[in-house]
Design a protein around this ligand. Structure first.
Ligand SMILES: Cc1ncc(COP(=O)(O)O)c(C=O)c1O
Length: 400
């Protein structure tokens, strides 16, 4: 038997696997499952982006390129960071990787030593703790409560910092809560990080998906000192409906970029060349398809929140999300009740019962470190969304 390394044995299997396996079984049996579990836009990649990839193939751009990314694409990212975020970077500070997930891995692998503590606000995107652990770091959680709009405060960060704290992972707009921090809230957190020399991994992958008049502010914008401590991660998966293309990027101080560039050249090397040309078209081409997609998500969000408002009387509350395409639905009022003879203990039971009896797939909050809620994605058609919410309402009514 081959014994796996201690490093990988620490990584937890995905908790969502059992639910999605069961949903797939039902679908294969011809049952219509309404899926609120989707983590990607249900829109096609815009045509001009696909055409740019086809064009790259036709031109024979099928060879290796620089491991850290096409120079033209790095320049386009620099321009994007200036235009959207008013941040100045040199192309050498940009690394193009295989999706934002890969960029996050690179950032943590390049900076975290064994025993370093990494602060993670919870509910969190479930990959963060697993990457931290696989790099020898120790995740420490700061609870972002629904009472505070699922946002951590500067005071909470200050209280959580210990001598071994190295990094804070900061995700705004947030998956799973949809929380978007204001500039004021971010500046307060930045002040604490600068005072204690804490590196901030700023995951800004949902930057473009913000609604209701809120806007994105990058923590790197707070001050030159904060920028020197920030690793920005972003990409095109969510904003341009390009999840399958696999392209993310990071922007960071020169010494970190140099280190990542070196080890990326010995691991994955360059992201596939056609995807890089497609991404160039995404960043530099017409933005209207992306604007239209965000507007469509915005309309769905309105409908979803309207419907959820009507479900509050059933004990199902929520915190208004301003970004991404998720809502956390608080279901702790159902705990202790029974449904068809089964006692509900936590979010996993809610997910399981909803799937079995109502053919509705949702993601239990326990996967994100918060058992009091379930995550609903609105990356599905409005008709399915409304039908699914009606089924969830029926479920809550039928709990005794
Ligand atoms: C918060 C967050 N960061 C990063 C990613 C990864 O994005 P990519 O598909 O570009 O790897 C996701 C994807 O679900 C996400 O939700």
């Amino acid at each position: 038997m081959i014994e796996v390394s201690k490093r990988v044995s620490l990584i937890a299997p995905s908790m969502t696997l059992a639910i999605s396996a069961k949903a797939n079984e039902l679908k294969a049996a011809g049952v219509k499952v309404i899926n609120f579990g989707v983590g990607e836009p249900d829109f096609n990649t815009p045509e001009h982006i696909c055409n740019a990839a086809k064009d790259a193939l036709d031109k024979g751009y099928t060879k290796y390129v620089a491991a850290a990314g096409l120079p033209a694409l790095k320049k386009a990212v620099v321009k994007k960071l200036k235009t959207d975020n008013n941040l100045d970077y040199d192309p050498s500070q940009i690394i193009i990787s295989n999706g934002a997930k890969h960029s996050i891995f690179n950032a943590i692998f390049a900076t975290i030593n064994a025993g370093d503590e990494v602060l993670i606000p919870k509910p969190y995107w479930l990959t963060y703790p697993e990457v931290v652990k696989s790099c020898g770091g120790v995740p420490e959680y700061i609870y972002a409560t629904p009472r505070h709009g699922y946002k951590i405060t500067a005071a909470q960060v200050e209280a959580a910092i210990r001598p071994q704290t190295k990094m804070l992972i900061f995700n705004s707009p947030c998956n799973p809560t949809g929380a978007v921090y204001t500039e004021k809230e971010i500046r307060a957190i930045a002040e604490v990080c600068v005072a204690h020399n804490i590196v901030v991994l700023a995951d800004e992958i949902y930057e473009k998906l913000i609604y209701g008049g809120e806007s994105h502010f990058s923590i790197a914008q707070c001050s030159p000192e904060m920028k020197d401590l920030t690793i920005i991660v972003n990409g095109v998966s969510k904003s341009y409906a390009m999840t399958g293309w696999r392209l993310g990027y990071l922007a960071c101080p020169p010494n970190v970029a140099k280190a990542i560039s070196s080890f990326q050249s010995h691991s994955t090397s360059n992201v596939n060349t056609m995807t890089q040309y497609a991404t160039l078209a995404a960043l530099e081409g017409v933005q209207q398809p992306m604007v239209d997609m965000v507007a469509a998500f915005g309309r769905r969000r309105e409908k979803m929140l309207e419907k959820l408002d009507g479900m509050k009387s059933l004990g199902l509350d929520y915190v208004k999300p301003d970004g991404a395409f998720y809502v956390m639905l608080l279901c702790d009022n159902l705990f202790g009740k029974t449904y068809k003879g089964v006692k509900i203990h936590g979010s996993m039971d809610v997910a399981d019962l909803l799937l079995t009896h109502k053919q509705v797939a949702i993601t239990p909050g326990v996967c994100f470190g918060d058992d009091d809620a379930v995550r609903l994605s609105y990356a599905l058609s409005t008709a399915d969304m409304l039908e699914g919410l009606e089924r969830i309402a029926d479920f809550a009514r039928e709990c005794e």
